[in-house]
Design a binder for this molecule. Structure first.
Ligand SMILES: C[S@@+](CC[C@H](N)C(=O)[O-])C[C@H]1O[C@@H](n2cnc3c(N)ncnc32)[C@H](O)[C@@H]1O
Length: 259
């Protein structure tokens, strides 16, 4: 049995299990929805930027749809997995290991998206502003920006403590996590403990922790507007259905356009 501590989920020890733990995700539905919104806001889009591309599930599907995709992530380990998928799918993607906050692109893209809750890692007001401002600057005139995150109403109540078991092939992952709320910062601090049994017959334990910011729909729309985006609106759970209340839906997608 080996034991290790990972600074976050996107470091070597845990990265290769990311797709096992995210196998419930419907990436096709997410890409279909994003594609429809890109057509609605910025028809004729060819150049897109994927922020926090992770293991590349969206980037590869968007490239297969004919977009020219640039995909960035701060984790070289996540990018390495994404590169393998792109190669297998026979698509070319410009992967860059960089932080959106230090991205110095200006006016290159017609659409930019950050999916899979990457935005939750922007835990301070300064992070949020530099994330939105860098994205705004990297967009062409009339370009569209899409960001998803867990509905704050769900995140506050979810995960006080919980456990999950994931299986795929010969891999079994047991995960226990417990959270505390840093009230003034409106940040959820979550500690994770994994026991992983892999195809090599080895069992390992890994500890990690994360800070995730609690965001609400109208709050994020306000941040978008403050950073210059117009036509700002939101959708719930990757659907065009109108929510009955702010509590509805566990995933919010906020969309804005650069004018
Ligand atoms: C929850 S994962 C989402 C991955 C992928 N988009 C998905 O939907 O599965 C968040 C990703 O964002 C990356 N990330 C976090 N902060 C970032 C930043 N400031 N700039 C670029 N990537 C970042 C992490 O390394 C991680 O791969």
């Amino acid at each position: 049995m080996t034991t290790s501590f990972a600074k976050n989920m996107y470091q070597a020890d845990l990265v290769k299990y990311y797709d096992v733990m995210h196998q419930h995700r419907n990436y096709c539905q997410e890409c279909n929805f994003v594609n429809q919104l890109i057509h609605r806001y910025c028809p004729g889009t060819t150049q897109v930027l994927d922020i926090g591309c992770g293991t590349g599930e969206h980037a590869v599907r968007m490239a297969q749809r004919g977009y020219t995709v640039t995909a960035i992530d701060t984790s070289q380990d996540m990018i390495a997995l994404a590169q393998e998928k792109a190669q297998k799918a026979g698509v070319t993607i410009d992967f860059q290991c960089t932080d959106i906050q230090s991205l110095s692109l200006t006016e290159g893209f017609q659409a930019i998206y950050a999916l899979g809750y990457t935005f939750l890692y922007m835990t301070t007001y300064a992070d949020i502003m530099s994330f939105l401002t860098a994205s705004y600057q990297a967009l062409q005139h009339q370009g569209v920006f899409l960001v998803d995150f867990i509905n704050g109403w769900s995140l506050i109540d979810q995960y006080p403590r919980d456990k999950f078991v994931y299986h795929r092939g010969n891999t079994t992952i047991f995960c226990f996590h417990q959270a505390s709320l840093k009230k003034p910062e409106r940040v959820k601090h979550i500690e994770f403990y994994y026991v992983i049994s892999d195809h090599d017959g080895q069992v390992k334990t890994i500890f990690t922790e994360e800070d995730l910011r609690i965001f609400f729909d109208d709050e994020v729309q306000l941040f978008f507007t403050h950073c210059g985006f117009e036509q700002v609106t939101s959708f719930r759970d990757y659907s065009f259905e109108t929510p009955q209340s702010g509590h509805d839906g566990s995933i919010i997608l906020v969309v804005g356009q650069k004018y």
